[in-house]
Design a protein around this ligand. Structure first.
Ligand SMILES: O=C(O)CCC(=O)C(=O)O
Ligand SMILES: [Fe+2]
Length: 351
């Protein structure tokens, strides 16, 4: 593998063949597990439109937002309600992240058949179509990335996309996030605005606003946190490069050859004192709920699993053991479904 640099690679989807793109994705996904993509066809205008809705919603009074509390991973989660680092504690209690968020289910007519229609706050009620279209476009992009990755690993064409079909019930979620400025922070511990975690599903597409940085990725090589820049658009009509990261279920499915990397959001004390809010948006891509998280049939992956098995470190630290425990997809010898694994992770994050 090539040496990791101190920044994320940028992969252009507009110029190469799918096979070449697949190789580039594989290289990035198997080293740092985080990369930028550009040339996706998504425009800055459509991304900004959803960001404008997010700003408007988070500015509404707390009691209005609280009318749509998060249930079954859908709705509003208030300041410090979710704590992504399951080990962070304060006064014996799990420490919640100083941020607020709203989770949307995919709304397309064919998406999530059988599930009830998600009630939406007035800010979004007239924009259901905008959000639905944006979500579908994110999903199509994710399907393309998954298939290209599959190509590089000799996975049968269609194997991954059929397991991520939006018309099968699943955990895909569009999340808008708001990290309000906190000028009165007390110490370095308050610099962490989203605790260190790995994402749960297949992959995440993360949209940032230009110059609103704060996302950091743990380098598997140096063990240091790498800060991810919040870039602006680089080509006319195209949205700013999108951050993509591999999540736990896909990493597991690919026999550990893809890295699901720890990441967090941190604002330095100096940055917090400037009093600027940060907004971001994540599209979490999940397999359909009934998909069993068994390794993908692929000669390349089977070989990778065999060689990784021989070089597994024997003495894991307590923190590493705990992390492995939280992320596991096999319990008592039984392979979990994607839906069971997601439910387990959500219970830990919101406990
Ligand atoms: O806000 C960000 O930049 C990252 C959020 C995140 O990692 C998450 O919600 O899983
Ligand atoms: Fe995350």
């Amino acid at each position: 593998m090539p040496a990791l640099e101190n920044s994320l690679p940028v992969i252009d989807l507009s110029s190469d063949s799918e096979a070449v793109i697949g190789q580039k994705l594989y290289e990035a996904a198997s080293t740092l597990g985080f990369f930028f993509i550009e040339g996706s066809g998504l425009t800055q205008e459509e991304v900004d439109e959803v960001f404008r809705l997010a700003e408007k919603f988070f500015a509404t009074p707390a009691e209005e937002k609280q009318k749509f509390p998060i249930t079954k991973n859908r709705g509003y989660s208030s300041f410090k309600q979710e704590g992504l680092d399951v080990d962070r504690r304060e006064n014996g209690q799990k420490k919640g992240d100083p941020k607020e968020l709203f989770n949307f289910a995919p709304f397309a007519e064919t998406a999530n058949p059988g599930s009830e229609v998600q009630p939406l706050p007035p800010t979004f009620a007239d924009s259901r179509e905008t959000i639905a279209v944006f979500t579908e476009r994110c999903h199509k992009l994710a399907q393309r990335l998954l298939e290209a990755l599959g190509l590089a690993l000799e996975v049968e064409p269609g194997w991954l996309s059929s397991r991520h079909a939006l018309d099968r019930p699943g955990g895909c979620t569009l999340r808008i996030l708001h990290y309000p400025a906190m000028a009165d922070i007390e110490g370095p511990d308050d610099e962490i605005r989203a605790g260190a975690h790995t994402d749960y599903g297949s992959m995440t597409l993360l949209f940032q606003r230009e110059a609103q940085s704060g996302l950091e990725v743990l380098s598997p090589v140096t063990g240091e946190w790498i800060s991810v820049p919040a870039l602006g658009p680089r080509a006319p009509g195209q949205c700013a490069p999108i951050v993509v990261n591999i999540a736990d279920q896909l990493s597991f499915w690919f026999g550990g050859v893809l890295r699901s990397a720890y990441h967090r959001v941190r604002f330095s004390t100096a940055a917090q004192r400037t009093g600027k809010d940060r907004y971001s948006m994540a599209y979490f891509v999940h397999p359909a709920s009934d998909v069993l998280l068994e390794p993908i049939p692929s000669r390349v992956i089977a070989a990778a699993i065999a060689s990784a098995g021989e070089s597994l470190p024997e003495n894991k630290s307590e923190k590493e053991q705990r992390n492995a425990e939280v992320r596991r997809t096999v319990i008592d010898g039984r392979v979990l479904t994607a839906g069971e694994h997601l439910a387990r992770r959500l219970a830990l994050a919101f406990s």
